[in-house]
Ligand binder design. Structure first.
Ligand code: DC
Length: 225
């Protein structure tokens, strides 16, 4: 069986990459890291410390100082990881709409990306990992032996996020989520540093109309070599 050290999974919000990455990690016994959680954690720290997210220098300084720890779940509530920031469990808070609204701005700052890149590479050097994000196959681990780029239409991705939110009692409408997702896609794909892009050597999968089970099995077939 093919056993790459790093499995890079990139794609836009709602493409199903985190579900896929988590299932693969469980199946293969790899560490699972959702790098979006790290950018969310920096955003949470900025809002919590009343740092203006438009202040690039202040947010970058914060990204270099903040202690972000992603580890195995301590609570059985559907979470796949614990995310701690400066000793506080923020796993739930980083999914809130106010974080969603600011995270793309924070993730576009080159200094913030540099700080997170360092942390992500350190994790990947220490252990076998399935890493999900936007730039794992292009920037963080361009030599990864397996890269997957998972995509889906913005309408389908917004519908998935809407259903997830409803299950958690959030009240945002489908139209609001769709508009926010379009905004976020535009920022993520047009930023100067590490824009959302498939790596040339990535296996590309469009998950429109596919269940997460079908995507998972399609990817598992890549290991039979
Ligand atoms: O995957 P997500 O929705 O949790 O990501 C949150 C934000 O972080 C999103 O705007 C894109 C950004 N991000 C990034 O720029 N690079 C990554 N490797 C992961 C996420």
């Amino acid at each position: 069986m093919f056993r790459p050290h790093i499995i890079a999974i990139d794609g836009p919000a709602g493409s199903g990459k985190t579900t896929l990455a988590y299932r693969l990690a469980r199946k293969l016994g790899y560490f699972y890291l959702d790098t979006g959680e790290m950018y969310r954690a920096v955003t949470w720290a900025a809002l919590h410390n009343q740092v203006d997210v438009a202040d690039e220098k202040a947010v970058t300084d914060l990204a270099n100082q903040v202690d972000i720890d992603v580890r195995s779940p301590s609570v059985i509530d559907g979470r796949v990881n614990d995310v701690w920031v400066d000793g506080q469990d923020v796993t739930r808070e980083i999914r809130r709409p106010e974080i969603e609204a600011s995270v793309s701005v924070v993730a576009a700052y080159p200094g913030v990306r540099q700080a997170m890149t360092l942390k992500q590479r350190q994790i990947g050097q220490r252990k076998r990992v399935v890493m999900a994000g936007r730039d794992i196959g292009t920037v963080i681990f361009p030599d990864a032996e397996l890269k997957i780029y998972l995509d889906a239409s913005v309408e389908e991705r917004a519908m998935r996020r809407f259903k997830e939110n409803q299950a958690q009692g959030e009240t945002l409408s489908y139209e609001e989520i769709l508009a926010a997702m379009r905004r976020r896609d535009a920022i993520d794909s047009t930023r100067k540093v590490a824009p959302l892009l498939p790596a040339e050597d990535a296996v590309r999968i469009n998950s429109d109309g596919l269940t997460s089970e079908e995507v998972f099995h399609r990817v598992l077939a890549l290991f039979d070599r």
